[in-house]
Ligand binder design. Sequence first.
Ligand code: DGY
Length: 335
Amino acid sequence: MKPRVCVTRRIPEVGIKLLREYCEVRYRDVMAPMSREELLREIRDADALYCTLSEKVDKEVIDAGKNLKVIATMSAGVDHIDVDYATSKGIYIVHTPGVLTDTTADFAWALLMATARRVVEADKLVRAGKWEFSWAPTMMLGYDVHGKTLGIIGFGRIGQAVARRAKGFNMRILYYDVVRREDLEKELGVEYRPMEEILREADFVTLHVPLTPQTEKLIGEKELKMMKKTAILINTSRGKVIDQEALAKALKERWIAAAGLDVFEEEPLPADSPLIELENVVLTPHIASASHDTRNRMAEYAASGMISVFKGEVPENLYNKDVLKIKPLSEVKII
Ligand code: DGY
């Protein structure tokens, strides 16, 4: 018997092709995420859900999936899924760690450079016909990146990849994580510091933590006030890690110099967000992992993890390993 899979929205072709080899696929081939009503309806007879971070898979959705055995999410983050509840019900969760590390780190750097050197503002100025003098000694001055201090908060795969890139800019690199990585400090040329020290000392602070109850609003008014007036804050992790209202105030009142943000408390960012009015912030629509190669890899990895579960094999991208104790693979093996 082929497992029935509900794919909530358009994904790269490689993912669908792979799923169709092993599963009966109900594919919603549209760009927009699935509405809640449709999700609650479509999950009713599905053996598996293939979703993205835009669909909230909470208790209600999980309960509606009477036959649900696997949730595959085309994302590294799983904060949109009630992991504990799914695990308690013996539902396997697979995600896409590792395959987006370098692409996301590249993008954190793109934001950092664009923000420090005012690339977006400069582009707008040229297009608006406001480029007045061919060169001017004080036109569009930004901040140097090379030789400065970079603070990395969250030192998992992506934080480490950001550090590797910083070496080429001859930066002093400080990092904080709940787990100190002494084993990597020499190789990557990084120094461990408490978070407060990083906030006070760094010229650039970049966030790479998962969203959990412990990291929600990790950066608020108090933390922003600790930062240098010339500091730049970069976020490619999750919007809720920053208190966005406090950040808008900090940028407006220049407690810090600027920010580069790819993620927001609410996505899409509402048109009336105070951030939109500000010039000292670069805003991008949650695209840090959006390269052709990486999105193909993510689509395929989520699909192959799901198929492994149905074959009775432990996938390397299984997120909730505890589920193995609750429901053995022999009970979910269909293929
Ligand atoms: C993730 O995978 O969690 C990113 O935010 C999207 O690529």
